[in-house]
Design a protein around this ligand. Structure first.
Ligand SMILES: [Zn+2]
Length: 149
């Protein structure tokens, strides 16, 4: 009895450590990418600007816009990771939103922000598909109705 509880606690702790490590690695990768990109953008801004003609410089602008959008996306992901780490501390990260079961480690590695276990996600997708089909049917009969008018 006592050993079962102990094993359970040990399993919880190793899952916690594993998830924490996974999130922190991702966080570090993103931080490096964001900081690297910021440096690139800043150094590109300083030089080359004056020697470019109008066309080239607007291409640089577009490039910078893309870079900026990428940085923004990555910062948003960083925020999500921070939130996930906070949830992990609270003990709510990695539990399925629907059934409360643990989401498998493999699934969380592939989708760190998954809020449902595989089963619940599949059930939801099936339900959504059915909804879409129903909506389509309704849509086409409405169209048919309109045409007969
Ligand atoms: Zn579930």
């Amino acid at each position: 009895m006592a050993t079962t509880t102990k094993n359970k606690v040990a399993a919880k702790t190793s899952r916690y450590n594993e998830l924490r490590k996974m999130l922190e690695e991702r966080r570090r990768e993103l931080m490096n990418a964001v900081q690297g990109k910021m440096r690139d953008v800043r150094s590109a801004e300083g030089k080359d600007r004056e020697v470019l003609d109008q066309g080239e410089s607007s291409e640089v602008d577009i490039q910078e816009d893309i870079e900026f959008a990428l940085i923004q996306m990555k910062s948003e992901t960083l925020n999500k990771i921070d939130a996930a780490l906070r949830r992990l501390e609270e003990g709510t990260y990695g539990d399925c939103f629907e059934c409360g079961d643990e989401i498998s480690g493999a699934r969380l590695r592939a989708l760190p922000f998954a809020v449902r276990c595989k089963d619940c996600e599949e059930a939801r997708e099936t339900a959504e598909q059915r909804e879409r089909l129903l909506a389509q049917k309704r849509g086409s009969s409405a169209l048919f109705f309109d045409m007969s008018n």
